[in-house]
Ligand binder design. Sequence first.
Ligand code: SAM
Length: 295
Amino acid sequence: TEIPIGSPVRTQAIINRYFMKAKKSLGQNFLVDLDVLQGIVRAAAIKPGDQVIEIGPGIGSLTEQLLNAGAKVYAYEVDENLPEVLHNELPAKINGKPLNQCFKLKMKDILKADFEADLVDFFDLNKPIKVVANLPYYITTPIIFFLNNSQLKFTSLTLMMQKEVADRLHAHVGTKEYGPLTIAVQAEMSVRSYLTVKSSSFIPQPKVDSSVVVLKPLAAANKPDIANLEHFNRVVKMCFAQRRKTLNNNLKVLLPDEKQRLALIKSLGVDSRIRPEQLTLEQFVEIAHRVSVKN
Ligand code: SAM
């Protein structure tokens, strides 16, 4: 039996065999650390039969570990060179089953995914679906917003990302990391960091440290009362449009009338010179209830 794809020697051999050049523009940093790969599988609590969406399988290092753990994997990829590599390098049989019964590759930008339509032939949409990925870092934030707003309700998202973005997901009110991403995610999901990963665990090495983060939907009882998530996120973004300015200043676009603005801010029980990063999630929920966004 072959050594795992995610071992440094095997990855290097694959890169040589296909004359591959990791594409920077696609955020290609392949994981070559079996401890980290198994750590991701553990963080995602993969059990036999789990339905998993993988974003960016690359040459299959993480995919192989997910399959070995018994997951059924539906993977989105955009690099046209990779179908051949994955087809040749992933094991032909997984736990006695042919590969095509447990793995499906979809050549499509994840940000254009239409989950229900894409998955219906491969997954049972009435059963839980997890997302697991070593993300392409150039679009980490758009992917998190996209998954967060998606209609498909995932049971968990286990995502390797640059540590700087992970810090924003965890951020507390009043810190410089606290912003629209923090608020959008914390309004919907719990955030837990699993491991910090050094750049030496990848080929080629990214310039930044990484973190594996697990996001899980909040129970209905713990969710803030947000009528329309899209509206909420837009209002929050507008409140942060100019981070260094006061909330009063940022609200001018949404509420041109100064009196109305000051009344709203006063009703939040805060000083009129408050800055957006000093407002709690609940206070943003209140603001979103009180303003409308015109296109
Ligand atoms: N999973 C592999 C691993 O852990 O070694 C590769 C991870 S690499 C950091 C990110 C992968 O995402 C690359 O294979 C890249 O081609 C793919 N990718 C980049 N942009 C994408 C997009 N818009 N949609 C889907 N996959 C994308």
